[in-house]
Design a protein. Structure first.
Length: 149
């Protein structure tokens, strides 16, 4: 598989996105989604009197937040080849088999395993730092690659 990726990168003159670009895109997306969640939950959060009650409110909506993340990641990756953070950082996701935006199933798979990686202490992201093609767990399961746009 690695030889095929090497050949593909050389033949198509692709440049892998750096870990720094990917981390910045991740941060942008997290801020956007957190602000969205704060807007959605503003009425509930504003009624909280203490820090503990604010944390309790945010924790009670954890499943909804993960669902929003999966929908956001799936839609933008399928439609535009990357989330708003990736677009700002000028990187994009391609499916290895087509060299274009990932299909719905590939985008959904990537989004779900991205959340799984977050739940498991971000080990999937750490994996990308050790992988020669900078593929995280969600890139491996969805058979995608993140490149410079």
């Amino acid at each position: 598989m690695d030889e095929q990726i090497d050949t593909l990168i050389q033949r198509e003159h692709l440049e892998l996105a750096s870990i720094r670009q990917r981390a910045a895109a991740f941060g942008i997306d997290e801020v956007l989604l957190s602000v969205l969640l704060m807007i959605i939950l503003w009425d509930t959060i504003s009624k909280a009197q203490t820090l503990e009650s604010m944390i309790s409110v945010s924790n009670s909506f954890l499943l909804e937040y993960m669902s929003i993340k999966i929908i956001y990641q799936t839609f933008f990756t399928m439609q535009y080849g990357g989330t708003i953070g990736k677009i700002i950082m000028k990187i994009r996701v391609i499916e290895l088999s087509t060299l274009s935006h990932p299909s719905f199933l590939s985008s959904f798979n990537r989004s779900v395993f991205r959340v799984v990686s977050e739940i498991l202490f971000y080990f999937g992201f750490i994996w990308a730092m050790l992988d020669p093609y900078r593929r995280s767990w969600h890139d491996r399961t969805a058979r995608t690659l993140v490149i410079n746009a």
